[in-house]
Design a protein around this ligand. Structure first.
Ligand SMILES: Cc1ncc(CN)c(N)n1
Length: 235
């Protein structure tokens, strides 16, 4: 009898959360092509610094890996993030007149800091399986969104957002996502229920953080201190 894959079990927990992304105004606007560019620019800058922290997490995966094959998978994901995915960001940024250096110097926002700090914290404290559980939602949920949006009329060919949809629904990104899922299943194999529950919780939490990240971009979230300074000045 074939046992259920751990990722199938995970899917049951995140299905509703991930489907709610598709109703979020930021994602909907991106897929339907009416998203305000300043909101996208906000996402782009925060996401660039998010991907820098995510890259640290991938490097940590290689450090914690117990065999060369796993080390190589993390290294491949790291290379792809730094050179392929972040290239998409650099290309979009150039259309806004933002240089790569300016992108890199983006002040990390509250949501992006909370999300990446959470992932790095559980990964530092745990083993390679905790690193993989922290990373999984990032790759898998974007691939899920990309493939869903690719079915929406006009999304792939949109003059501005089409490139985004093409990237996250691409065969290459799908293949990397499948490698992440395979590795998660391998690492979960034979683990006691108590540990599986722990890994599942990480995937649920990161899924909630993903929702908060979309919300952060939609609201163009800023640290409240600027508001406080202005209030002090005007009083
Ligand atoms: C916040 C977030 N999550 C996921 C991805 C896809 N790597 C991303 N670029 N940014």
């Amino acid at each position: 009898m074939m046992s259920t894959l751990f990722t199938d079990r995970l899917w049951k927990r995140v299905d509703t959360i991930w489907n709610s992304y598709l109703d979020h105004p930021f994602v909907k606007g991106l897929g339907e092509g009416w998203l305000e560019k300043n909101k996208f620019k906000h996402w782009l800058k925060q996401d660039y610094v998010y991907l820098i922290e995510y890259s640290r997490l991938l490097a940590l995966g290689s450090v914690k890996a117990k065999d060369l094959e796993t080390m190589t998978t993390f290294a491949k994901l790291l290379y792809n993030t730094l050179e392929v995915e972040m290239d998409l960001h650099r290309e979009y940024a150039s259309q806004f007149g933002i240089t790569p250096k300016e992108l890199e110097e983006t002040e990390p926002g509250a949501t992006m800091t909370a999300y990446t700090s959470y992932m790095l914290n559980v990964s530092h404290r745990g083993g390679v399986e905790h690193v993989m559980a922290s990373l999984l939602t990032c790759a898998w949920s974007y691939n899920f969104i990309g493939k869903e949006l690719a079915n929406w009329p006009g999304s792939v060919d949109h003059e501005f957002y089409g490139h985004w949809v093409q990237m996250y629904s691409s065969e290459e990104f799908t293949k990397l996502t499948e490698e992440c899922k395979d590795l998660m299943n391998q690492l979960a194999e034979g683990k006691p229920e108590r540990e599986l529950v722990e890994l599942e919780e990480i995937v649920v939490k990161t899924s909630l953080y993903e929702y908060m990240f979309w919300d952060m971009a939609e609201k163009e979230e800023e640290w409240p201190v600027n508001l406080a300074v202005n209030q002090i000045k005007s009083s």
